[in-house]
Design a protein around this ligand. Structure first.
Ligand SMILES: Nc1ncnc2c1ncn2[C@@H]1O[C@H](COP(=O)(O)OP(=O)(O)OP(=O)(O)O)[C@@H](O)[C@H]1O
Length: 233
């Protein structure tokens, strides 16, 4: 099995504050991985580093055997928060932007997802509710045909019924060898689709376990395992 992401001895500081220290992590192709950790643990920072958005880290981050930032950017689809867009822009213009900027953006895939997620392209970005905006971000992120998808707390504002529908469909939307790394506070809801979990604690990878192993060997639910891991000192 080929590795989609390889991280070795990664450390990152911001404003003299150490945020991540000596992170080592390997994720194989095809896996859906839950990135778990308390508020401020460094999940978003790790995703930003993998995506090549945050710079200035020490150590090595390889995506699909590529280390150069430009090569990584074309292989990683990161759930950007759309903050760079003018609030008055219409959704259809954001889609055109994605079509222009990302050669791997699949309009067919987007249209299929937009129908499912009920995204109204005639609306302005500022007119979207929190949940509608998150659905748009999920649709845009997963519509690129890439090797690695990074979904940073994608479901916070989405109602629980839609959330379940999206979670059930994620497997269908990704190609067999693509990786999805998803951070979320609703561990029990995403547990059913996860192959592995990675727990970030004390600025580093505290544990990486397959969900099958947690269920069989530890005889625990994913949420229980995660909460126990956090309690241990
Ligand atoms: N631009 C920044 N400048 C300084 N410190 C930052 C910056 N961005 C993040 N941090 C710090 O880095 C640490 C990790 O933040 P990060 O957002 O990666 O955590 P997280 O695990 O995603 O948290 P949450 O679950 O709350 O979203 C926090 O202590 C945060 O205060």
């Amino acid at each position: 099995m080929t590795n989609a992401i390889e991280i070795a001895n990664l450390s990152y500081s911001k404003n003299l504050k150490k945020i991540l220290e000596n992170v080592n992590l390997t994720i194989q192709q095809g896996k859906i991985v839950g990135l778990l950790g308390a508020n401020g643990a460094g999940k978003t920072t790790l995703m930003r580093l993998i995506a090549g958005v945050a710079k200035g880290s020490k150590g090595k981050i390889t995506v699909d055997n590529q280390q150069k930032i430009t090569a990584k950017k074309s292989r990683v689809s990161f759930s950007e928060q759309l903050n760079g867009f003018n609030p008055n822009i219409k959704i259809e213009k954001i889609i055109s932007f994605y079509q222009d900027v990302y050669p791997d953006f699949s309009t067919d895939k987007y249209n299929e997802m937009a129908g499912f997620l009920q995204i109204d392209e005639g609306l302005k970005l500022s007119a979207l509710s929190k949940g509608m905006r998150e659905k748009l971000i999920i649709g845009l992120t997963l519509s690129r045909e890439t090797q690695v998808y990074l979904l940073d707390e994608p479901f916070g504002g989405i109602d629980s019924m839609t959330r379940k529908k999206i979670i059930d469909s994620i497997i269908k939307w990704k190609s067999d060898d693509a990786v999805i790394l998803v951070s979320d506070h609703y561990v029990s809801e995403i547990a059913s689709i996860l192959d592995e979990i990675v727990i970030i604690k004390d600025k580093t990878v505290y544990a990486q376990k397959s969900t099958e192993e947690i269920r069989e060997k530890y005889r625990e639910g994913i949420e229980e395992y995660y909460e126990n891991a956090y309690r241990e000192e």
